[in-house]
Design a protein around this ligand. Structure first.
Ligand SMILES: *Cc1c(COP(=O)(O)O)cnc(C)c1O
Length: 416
């Protein structure tokens, strides 16, 4: 495995020693120096094949074709369609714009059922065009949209469901499709987390009416900023392609209201460079995840779930569910203590979309039933992975976590 590529990009992190701490007193939150000399972030970019990227950039500059469905975008779309086994792939400037365009092209209107357990962009893509996101609860174990809860939220105004393949795990696709068919609803998937992941052994990308990927710098596979809409529906694909480019359908011909959602050539070049290293990104994430699992297996209160063994997951998120053991520190105490060590762990997606504006105000007084979403928001802790962290660092993070969990109330004191 060409691990050197990844390590080079992380600033030679393989050779940086991390001093192991042996007792609670040595924790940074109690006044000692941090364990890591630089911040270990969640979502550090995975760089693709750098030499190839530079070569493509030279070619873009020479060609004087910077955007508008140029060579790199066409190549990337073809490559992604093939990789995902889907008929149409439309590269876009971000997943958010991709979602907005897909929502308008389908079209959705009125009310659309979405999980609150997602990044706020899923809800914003609806609200941006005056469509009401109706927040739905998730399954406690999978963190994915609960079909029974979806059923309960359907009204005469409902036109669709947006499922989110959270953490690269596929939504209950068949159950959601059945509900959609039964009620004449459209089904769209926010696949921002799910590039290179499977459902029933089939690559995510061809489910529902359309799926939308994010290639934001923090995602598993990135084009700096970018994304893609995928679909097997010819008619929808035609409309999507036009809407991404101002609704233009021919020379001097505009057929729809459209926007500018085009991916630029330089972003597509990054995508092509990343396609060449995607197996390596995956191998690194697998090893990272196994290392976390091995070293956290016996830490009380910490649950790092196994992935469905028969499915492929890109493992871009290491998601812990933390339930404080008796007398143990809270999730937020742990988070603060980790950050003091330069382990920039994150809460996801705290406090939940429905408790952020404008949704908090819009839903004020409504009896939202999001108990599982709210319970998860209090529990989750996402740790750094990807090509930007090495195994030694991961072992260090796990060791620090076990010290912290065993520190009882002393961590809380350290924070005050
Ligand atoms: C990252 C993300 C988005 C937004 O993607 P952009 O490409 O940054 O617009 C949407 N939904 C989810 C679930 C995400 O994680």
């Amino acid at each position: 495995m060409k691990r050197d590529l990844a390590v080079g990009a992380a600033g030679g992190s393989f050779t940086r020693p991390h001093p192991m701490k042996h007792s609670v007193d040595e924790l940074a939150v109690l006044g000692s120096p941090p364990a890591f000399s630089h911040k270990l972030h969640v979502g550090q970019p995975n760089p693709g094949d750098r030499a190839y990227f530079m070569q493509r950039v030279e070619r873009i500059l020479d060609s004087k074709w910077y955007t508008n469905h140029g060579e790199c975008v066409r190549e990337l779309e073809a490559s992604l369609s093939q990789y995902l086994g889907v008929k149409h792939c439309i590269a876009v400037s971000s997943a958010t714009v991709g979602l907005e365009i897909a929502i308008r092209a389908m079209p959705l209107h009125g009310e659309v059922i979405v999980p609150s357990m997602t990044f706020v962009a899923t809800a914003h893509a609806l609200q941006w065009q005056q469509i009401k996101p109706v927040f739905c609860d998730v399954d406690e174990a999978s963190h994915l949209l609960d079909p029974q809860a979806v059923r309960r939220l359907i009204t005469e105004r409902t036109t669709g469901i947006i499922g989110v393949h959270l953490w690269g795990r596929a939504c209950p696709v068949e159950a959601l499709q059945e509900i959609a068919d039964e009620h004449g609803l459209q089904l769209l998937f926010d696949a921002a987390h799910a590039f290179g992941c499977t459902h029933g052994g089939q690559m995510i990308g061809g489910f529902g009416r359309a799926e939308v990927f994010s290639f934001h710098a923090t995602k598993f596979f990135n084009t700096f900023e970018g994304g893609a809409i995928t679909t097997n529906d010819d008619e929808l694909a035609r409309r999507l392609r036009a809407m991404v480019n101002f609704g233009i359908t021919g020379v001097d011909e505009v057929s729809y209201v459209g926007t500018n959602g085009k991916m630029s050539e330089i972003s597509a070049a990054m995508g092509l460079a990343s396609m060449r290293t995607i197996d390596e990104f995956l191998a690194v994430n697998r090893l990272n995840h196994q290392t976390y699992q091995r070293h956290l297996a016996h830490v009380p209160g910490v649950l790092l779930r196994d992935w469905a063994p028969l499915e492929r997951n890109n493992l871009q998120y290491v998601v812990l569910e933390y339930t404080p053991p008796p007398g143990g520190p809270s999730r937020d105490d742990i988070l603060r203590a980790l950050q003091a060590e330069n382990v920039m762990a994150r809460k996801y997606f705290w406090p939940g979309c429905h408790r952020m504006e404008p949704y908090r105000t819009l839903n004020a007084g409504l009896p939202l039933q999001l108990e599982r979403t709210e319970a998860l928001a209090e529990k989750l802790l996402v740790l750094p992975t990807g090509t930007g962290v090495n195994l030694q660092e991961i072992e260090g993070i796990c060791h620090l976590l076990s010290l912290m969990v065993g520190a009882g109330s002393r961590l809380a004191q350290g924070a005050s």
